[in-house]
Design a protein around this ligand. Structure first.
Ligand SMILES: [Zn+2]
Ligand SMILES: [Zn+2]
Length: 147
């Protein structure tokens, strides 16, 4: 299969290549001289990016418990009339950078009921003060043992 190279071959100046996969990397070989021209990113080749699932899912039992604890209400916007999911308070990425283990990150204390829009807004950003306030109020309101 012929592949239009993004730049002429640096060996022979040819512009027609072929795509070959070596060790999971898309390599563009020059048809003229048969030498490797460059490694193509998946964004260029349009091939599907391999996604590795490195994050454990929240178990269904835990999920149900969190939703119940948070009163079936998004802890951020307090809506209960939208589908809720369980999200991370400290995002997995931020938490790992801060040295938290997956066990800590997936602990119920780091999970909360969130609607899709609040959850997606939080997924990569650090926890905001607005969020910490909402969380504290939610935890105080729903704790079983009064202080
Ligand atoms: Zn060439
Ligand atoms: Zn929300």
């Amino acid at each position: 299969m012929s592949y239009a190279m993004r730049e002429p071959c640096k060996h022979c100046g040819g512009t027609e290549g072929r795509l070959d996969t070596r060790n999971g990397q898309d390599c563009v070989f020059c048809i003229g001289c048969n030498r490797l021209s460059y490694n193509a990113p998946r964004a260029e080749t349009g091939r599907e990016v391999r996604r590795l699932r490195t994050r454990p899912d929240v178990k269904p039992g835990v999920r149900a418990r969190i939703l119940e604890r948070d009163n079936g209400t998004c802890v951020l916007c307090h809506r209960s009339d939208v589908p809720l999911d369980v999200g991370h308070l400290i995002s997995v990425d931020a938490g790992r950078k801060a040295g938290l283990t997956d066990a800590e990150l997936y602990d119920g204390e780091n999970l909360a009921a969130m609607c899709a829009s609040c959850n997606s807004g939080l997924s990569s950003r650090p926890v905001s003060l607005r969020f910490a306030v909402a969380l504290l109020r939610s935890r105080i309101a729903h704790r079983e043992v009064a202080a």
